[in-house]
Design a protein around this ligand. Structure first.
Ligand code: BDR
Ligand code: CA
Length: 321
C-alpha cells in the first residue's frame, strides 16, 4: 500500500518533469493530483506540460491549472535559456495523449483533496508558492488537515550560496516572495529543500547516460529532457551534469534520513534588492526576534547524503528498488 498521498504542485520545467517521473514510478507514492503554476514558463506552457506528463507517466491522475502570476505583481519572463522554449528542454512533445483538465482552479482542487483526506495529504511544491497561498487564503482551516508540505526553494547560505537568480534569492521563492512568506508562516508542518542541498546533489552526465541505458522509457525520457538543461549547467556553472532540485523534494519525503535539517521559523524578504531572500532563526538561537518568534518552526535541509539520494532516484527509474 502507498504510504504517501501526494499533490504535486509544479511549473514544468525540466527538473519538475524528472521529479514527476520519480513520483509516478515510486511504489510508496500515490499521486492524488497534479497542479500547475507559472514559473519556469507561462501558465499556458506549464499546464500543457503537466497534462503531457500526466498522460505519459501518470494516466488517470487529475490535473488542475493554477496561478498565472504572483499574488502582488506581474508574471515573470519564462526561463527559456534554462528550460527551453517549451519548458521541457525543447524535446518534441507527442500530441493526443494529454490528460484532461479539472474544472477547478488548482487552489480549490487542493482544498477539496485535503478535506477529502484529512491528515493524509502531502503537498510537494516545486515552483512559486502562489497556489498554496491562495488555498490558505480561501480556506485557512486546511493547514491543520495537511500532513506535510515539502518545498523545493530557498537558500540558507550553508555553502555560501544564497541564491541562483539573484545573489540573494532562489528562483521559486523570488517567483512569489509574498506567497512564500505566507506558506512558511502557516500552521502546517513545512520542510524546505533548498539550494543548500540541491546544489550538492549532482547528476553527472555518466549517471544520466546510465539511466538512459538501463531505465527503459522513463530513463530515455530523463536523458532526452535533460539535454538542454545540461548545456545550461555546463555554460553557467561549468558542470558536467545537472543540479538535482525538484527531485530532492521527493527524495526528502521518501527518505528523510538522507537529509540533515535545522528547525526554526523562516521569513522571506518580499521587497528590495534582496527580495526572495530566505532567513531562518534557528530554534537554538537564544535572542528574541519578534518577526520570527510568533511563527511556526520549519525544517530546513542543511546537508544531504547525495550518493544516497542519487541511488534512490536511480533505483526508482531503473525499477531496481
Ligand atoms: C528551481 O527553480 C526552477 O527553475 C526549477 O524547476 C526548480 O524548481 C531551482 O531554483
Ligand atoms: Ca520547478
Amino acid at each position: 500500500m502507498s504510504q504517501h498521498k501526494v499533490i504535486y504542485d509544479t511549473d514544468p520545467g525540466v527538473d519538475d518533469a524528472m521529479a514527476l517521473v520519480f513520483q509516478a514510478l515510486h511504489p510508496d507514492i500515490e499521486l492524488l493530483g497534479l497542479t500547475s503554476v507559472f514559473g519556469n514558463a507561462t501558465i499556458e506552457t506549464t499546464t500543457h506540460n503537466v497534462r503531457f506528463l500526466a498522460g505519459r507517466f501518470a494516466p488517470g491522475v487529475p490535473v488542475a491549472q493554477g496561478a498565472a502570476a504572483p499574488l502582488k505583481c506581474l508574471a515573470p519572463e519564462p526561463l527559456a535559456w534554462i528550460h527551453g522554449d517549451n519548458g521541457l528542454g525543447n524535446i518534441a512533445l507527442e500530441t493526443g495523449g494529454e490528460a484532461a483538465l479539472d474544472t477547478r482552479p488548482a487552489h480549490r482542487f487542493i482544498i477539496d483533496m485535503v478535506r477529502a483526506h484529512p491528515g493524509e495529504v502531502t503537498l510537494i511544491a516545486v515552483g512559486p508558492l502562489t497556489n498554496l497561498a491562495l488555498a490558505l487564503a480561501d480556506d485557512p482551516g486546511i493547514a491543520s488537515l495537511v500532513k506535510q508540505v515539502v518545498i523545493m526553494g530557498g537558500a540558507f547560505g550553508t555553502d555560501g550560496v544564497f541564491g541562483n537568480v539573484t545573489p540573494a534569492a532562489e528562483a521559486n521563492i523570488l517567483g512569489d516572495p509574498d506567497a512564500a512568506d505566507i506558506v512558511f508562516g502557516a500552521p502546517w508542518p513545512v520542510a524546505i529543500v533548498g539550494l543548500d542541498v540541491t546544489q550538492r546533489t549532482i547528476m553527472s552526465r555518466d549517471y544520466l547516460a546510465s539511466l538512459r541505458d538501463r531505465g527503459g522509457a522513463a530513463g530515455q525520457f530523463v536523458w532526452d529532457v535533460s539535454r538542454h538543461y545540461e548545456t545550461f549547467h555546463e555554460q553557467s556553472a561549468r558542470l558536467a551534469g545537472i543540479y538535482t532540485h525538484d527531485s530532492s523534494a521527493v527524495a526528502y519525503l521518501l527518505a528523510p534520513h538522507l537529509y540533515t535539517t535545522r528547525s526554526g521559523p523562516v521569513r522571506v524578504l518580499t521587497e528590495g534588492i534582496a527580495a526572495g531572500h530566505t532567513i531562518q532563526k534557528p530554534s537554538t538561537m537564544p535572542v528574541p526576534a519578534p518577526d520570527w518568534d510568533s511563527r511556526p518552526e520549519c525544517e530546513v535541509c542543511v546537508d544531504v547524503d547525495a550518493a544516497g539520494m542519487l541511488a534512490l532516484y536511480e533505483h526508482t527509474i531503473c525499477g531496481t528498488l
